[in-house]
Design a protein around this ligand. Structure first.
Ligand code: HEC
Length: 318
């Protein structure tokens, strides 16, 4: 008898398992393609490029081969002023396009249609490079943001656009987010305010459409430090960020955050080599009351990793 009951039990478990698989496979499900990409989603994927973090295109996770976000106050082709300034995303020849450009169905209804029709994204070519912007249009009486291939619609080339913007208006956002991943900032920080009291402190939780085409999302899970999804809205000081990354204790005396001074590389913005040992000796004197002021933090070089990291924070985490 006991044996028969056992047999019935396994059949029952089989039935339940089969039934639940049927729900999984055939039941109503969330079709991600029906999520309409927001401006945040478009801005994020265009500034990050194809994939961030580990990939065979960037096996050392160094942030190479990423697009550059620029702020344009004049048209790179005609020189006519653009007021207010707009963001453009520059893909030099060979830089891999973001997922939504290659697979417009990821953008969601409306955004996909306008990006294809008015934005001409299907004519963008990876081998010759392209410049994209996010534009506003109307689809079925609703206002939507869509991707515009400005190389096709306005004749902007990557070279000319970078030259027009200049270094002061270039932001290495894609590289910066890669450094967030490779440095493991997500062990302590999250990029996901939750629907609790959390958002009174850290700002609005994201929308579904903020993630169309972002790979990976880097939400983080175990939080040991503030959520930084909107950190640039509470603190937009580049100087503060620079000091805080060189040594967090300069601005937050009891911080447990590690120093990231090695992200400066060997030389500062003026090409002088950075003497880390001397800096730490001076800092120790400061801590022990042997000097009044902490030593100056070196100005990061243009191609330093910390420059990219701060560019990402101040441009994207608003
Ligand atoms: C060991 C945990 C830890 C790691 C790793 C860490 N942080 Fe932090 N971070 C903190 C803590 C704790 C604070 C709050 C105290 C402070 O401001 O230093 C903080 C503060 C910050 C702030 C200011 C937040 C605010 O609300 O004002 C930013 C921005 C930041 N971290 C970015 C980073 C980035 C980028 C990395 C990786 C390069 C990183 N952190 C790595 C623990 C960490």
């Amino acid at each position: 008898m006991a044996f028969r009951r056992h047999k019935f039990g396994s059949a029952g478990i089989g039935l339940m398992f089969g039934f639940s698989m049927c729900i999984t496979l055939f039941g109503p499900s969330n079709d991600f393609r029906s999520g309409v990409s927001t401006w945040v989603g478009l801005d994020k994927q265009l500034s990050l490029g194809r994939v961030i973090g580990f990939s065979y295109e960037d096996p050392t996770v160094s942030g190479d081969g990423k697009p550059i976000t620029v702020i344009l106050n004049k048209d790179p082709k005609t020189g006519v002023a653009i007021d207010p300034p707009i963001r453009a995303y520059v893909y030099k020849p060979g830089v891999k396009f973001s997922p939504g450009v290659n697979h417009p169905e990821l953008l969601g209804p409306g955004v996909e249609d306008l990006s294809m029709r008015d934005g001409k994204i299907s004519s963008a070519s990876m081998s010759s490079g392209a410049v994209f912007t996010v534009s506003k249009g109307v689809f079925n009486d609703e206002e939507v943001d869509y991707i515009e291939n400005a190389s096709a619609t306005r004749g902007w080339t990557p070279d000319k656009t970078l030259r027009t913007a200049g270094d002061a208006n270039s932001r290495y956002v894609g590289k910066g987010k890669t450094i967030y991943i490779s440095e493991g900032c997500w062990w302590c920080h999250t990029l996901l305010p939750e629907q609790t009291q959390d958002w009174q402190m850290f700002g609005q939780p994201p929308f579904l459409g903020d993630f169309n085409g972002e790979m990976p999302t880097a939400f983080g899970s175990d939080r040991k430090a503030p959520d930084i999804l909107h950190v640039a809205s509470r603190n937009s000081s580049r100087e503060w960020m620079t000091m805080h990354f060189f040594n967090p204790r300069l601005v937050q005396p009891n911080s447990i955050m590690p120093r990231f001074d090695y992200l400066w590389g060997k030389q500062d913005a003026n090409g002088n080599s950075i003497d880390f040992a001397k800096w730490r000796a001076d800092y120790s004197d400061y801590l022990h009351g042997k000097r009044i002021y902490a030593p100056e933090v070196p100005e990061p070089a243009r191609d330093s990793e910390v420059r990219a990291l701060i560019d990402w924070i101040l441009t994207s985490l608003k």
